[in-house]
Design a protein around this ligand. Structure first.
Ligand code: CP
Length: 305
């Protein structure tokens, strides 16, 4: 049972096997049809965001309200007692008394995992440093399957900052449960980390690393673009040199398959030209919509009696 398996929370995409993914995708599709319910009436979700967010925090909160529940939390470490020197562990041991589930985003890669060691309520990782962002990856799969049907057999490119981008780390792990051909497209400096590639190889994922996306663009079913993660660079001069390495332009669409789909977890900076937005192939704003049914499905599974 999903609820039993994920009792302590959702920390990593590695917790999910193919059946878990298909189960939660099917629950998410049910949630698309049910806009508002009272399933979580009387329950409280805590959203603890130590890093900026628009989509993840607001979609978790919207999802909770649409399930009839309530939300408490903060959008910055600066407005919590962390600012006075309190530890994350003590924060979690406090907030668990006020809520039925805790969603946490933090700049430290191990923060959500550590929080789950201290909490008696489920912890959901809403982004942990350069590590993972598992619920984003689930909504990415929901978007792809809603747009294109099955994942099996698709040619999927993940492009941009594959070193620091947490969404691509979680997404590649989820995709390794399916029969996809993956292309990891990045500048050499921002290639997928060896530890991530080692894991994917153990899973026997079929992937290739390339730099020039235009060489394979006409073969792709999905291109998942990401922002170069300025906030993770130690040397900002390095960021300045590489920040515009990839820009997807309107004319690039001409070289894509009829059913090609362009995704991006957002926020974007310069990596997709605004004149690409109006194409039916650009689905990054639809992706933001799918965050709601996906997170409703997850919250319902984690919290209902
Ligand atoms: N995709 C995503 O995590 O967006 P936010 O940083 O706005 O939450």
């Amino acid at each position: 049972m999903f609820h039993e398996k994920f009792r302590e929370g959702i920390i990593s995409a590695k917790q999910f096997d193919k059946d878990d993914i298909e189960y939660i995708l099917s629950k998410s599709r049910e949630m698309i049809k049910k806009k508002n319910t009272d399933l979580l009436n009387g329950k409280i979700l805590a959203t603890l965001f130590f890093e900026p967010s628009t989509r993840t925090r607001l979609s978790f909160e919207s999802a909770m309200y649409r399930l009839g529940g309530n939300v408490i939390g903060f959008h910055s470490g600066d407005v919590s007692s962390i600012k006075k020197g309190e530890s994350i562990a003590d924060t979690i041991r406090t907030v668990e008394n006020y809520s039925d589930c805790i969603v946490i985003r933090h700049s430290l890669e191990g923060a959500a995992r550590m929080a789950s060691k201290f909490a008696k309520v489920p912890i959901i990782n809403a982004g942990s440093g350069s590590g993972e962002h598992p619920t984003q990856a689930l909504l990415d799969l929901l978007t792809i399957t809603q747009e294109l049907g099955s994942l099996d057999g698709l040619n999927i490119g993940l492009m941009g900052d594959l070193k620091y981008g947490r969404t691509v780390h979680s997404l590649s792990v989820l995709l390794s449960n399916f029969n996809v051909n993956a292309y990891f497209i990045s500048p050499v400096e921002l290639q997928m980390r060896n530890r991530d590639k080692d894991f994917l190889r153990q899973r026997q994922m079929n992937y290739k690393e390339i730099t020039n996306f235009r060489k394979i663009l006409n073969t792709l079913d999905v291109l998942y673009m990401t922002r170069i993660q300025k906030e993770r660079f130690v040397d900002l001069e390095e960021y300045e040199k590489i920040k515009n390495f990839y820009i997807f332009r309107k004319e690039d669409l001409e070289d894509t398959k009829e059913n090609f789909r362009l995704l991006h977890p957002l926020p974007r900076v310069n990596e997709i030209s605004p004149d690409v937005d109006s194409s039916n192939k650009s689905v990054y704003f639809k992706q933001t919509f799918y965050g709601i049914p996906m997170r409703k499905a997850i919250l319902a599974e984690m919290m209902h009696d």
